[in-house]
Design a protein around this ligand. Structure first.
Ligand SMILES: *Cc1c(COP(=O)(O)O)cnc(C)c1O
Length: 376
């Protein structure tokens, strides 16, 4: 895969404008990898603004690459995808401020329902013909209907469907342990899914579109695939199971805004936590924790400038970081790459996750709002 980075954008000449490069090509390749692992339909999950990459861009790229569905948390997010011209089915499963049934029906947005309460809240808004997926808890105690309440929920949903107030089209679960990449870890959830499906069929629902797996399940365990898989992290190059090399979809760059030489013994940044050992060159990048650079990074954390890695020194500030470029004096305006798709000296989001003691998801979803997303 080649990655195009457009340095000609005028914004970069104004040195304070960090840029996040997003790549539809990488998303397409990741969808293709998932496609080779499953015959099930693929839902592209673009919650949290497409894992920080831009939901519309990721959604368009995924659909162009063959994703059959889109998924996001709430109806407002889904409506934005519709407004952007995306026409494939969209599922939402977390509507914290209540389901706007009118909006859902008008924009053909499906709603996952995990309790009779949620179903009643949906019906209160009166709109007919909302498409519903019953969401069962398959071992996470986070969302979805606990096993003991399935029958009541299924019966009530059946009644409402007979009345014409909803149309149940799907059955959904979520895997708590798929990242372990061991099919045995998923066995109980898979068995529960089969059981819930049988109950729905017995209640007269026919064969609902059944979906359980996210990225790890998609890549590692065909028994979890059922009729559809929901691919989120994998779209942007993150494989939580650590089994498959995917394509990073973003490049975070910024131009150096300031440089100076520092004598040996110079404290750098708030608290003077780093002190230069020898005389050296320091470069400042206009990216700080407000832009998603984790303040918790260890001393290994680095950026790439002109094909070489240089360490970040001193504390991460809100708006900037300081780079120690040693004997190399780097001109103001030179582009530094914070992370990019795998290759050579450019750090990856996986390395950043290690440096910050977190997972790559938080690196990409943490990219701040003032970082300009440029789609390549
Ligand atoms: C986030 C999410 C997904 C996607 O998970 P990934 O591991 O990022 O692929 C799928 N289903 C649900 C319910 C989710 O919340």
């Amino acid at each position: 895969m080649t990655v195009t980075v457009d340095f000609r954008r005028p914004g970069l000449r104004h040195l304070s404008q960090p840029t996040l490069q997003t790549l539809s090509e990488a998303v397409a390749q990741n969808v293709a990898i998932a496609r080779r692992r499953t015959r099930a339909r693929i839902m592209a999950v673009v919650k949290a603004d497409g894992y920080g990459h831009g939901a519309i861009a990721v959604a368009k790229a995924a659909v162009a690459a063959g994703a059959d569905w889109l998924g996001t948390t709430d109806i407002a997010d889904a409506s934005r995808l519709r407004a952007a011209g995306l026409t494939v089915p969209i599922l939402t499963w977390l509507n914290p401020s209540g389901v706007d049934a009118e909006a859902a029906a008008a924009d053909r947005i499906d709603v996952a329902i995990g309790s009779i309460d949620e179903l009643e809240a949906l019906l209160e808004h009166g709109s007919a013909h909302v498409r519903v997926h019953l969401y069962v808890d398959t071992g996470m105690a986070r969302e979805g209907c606990p096993t003991r309440d399935w029958d009541a929920l299924i019966a009530r949903a059946r009644q409402e469907q007979r009345r014409g107030s909803i149309r149940v089209v799907g059955l959904m679960g979520h895997l708590p342990l798929a990242d372990q990449a061991q099919p045995e870890a998923n066995e109980s959830a898979v068995a529960q899914m089969h059981r819930a499906r049988r109950r729905m069929t017995a209640a007269g629902f026919g064969a609902p579109l059944t979906h359980l797996a996210a990225t790890s399940g998609t890549l590692c365990d065909p028994a979890t695939h059922f009729g559809m898989v929901r691919l989120g992290a994998g779209l942007v190059g993150i494989d939580p199971s650590g089994t498959t090399e995917l394509h990073g979809a973003a490049r975070l760059t910024a131009a150096i805004v300031h440089g100076a030489t520092a004598a040996a013994g110079t404290p750098v940044g708030y608290g003077g936590t780093f002190v230069t050992g020898t005389s050296t060159n320091l470069s400042v990048l206009p990216l700080g924790y407000a832009d998603g650079i984790p303040r918790e990074i260890c001393s290994e954390a680095s950026v790439e400038i002109r094909g070489r890695r240089y360490p970040i020194v001193g504390r991460v500030s809100m708006d900037q970081i300081v780079i120690d470029t040693g004997a190399d004096s780097i001109p103001r305006g030179t582009i530094a790459t914070v992370f990019g798709p795998k290759g050579g000296p450019t750090p990856t989001i996986h390395e950043w996750a290690r440096w910050a003691g977190t997972i790559p998801h938080t690196i990409v979803t943490g990219i701040g709002a003032r970082v300009r997303r440029a789609i390549a």
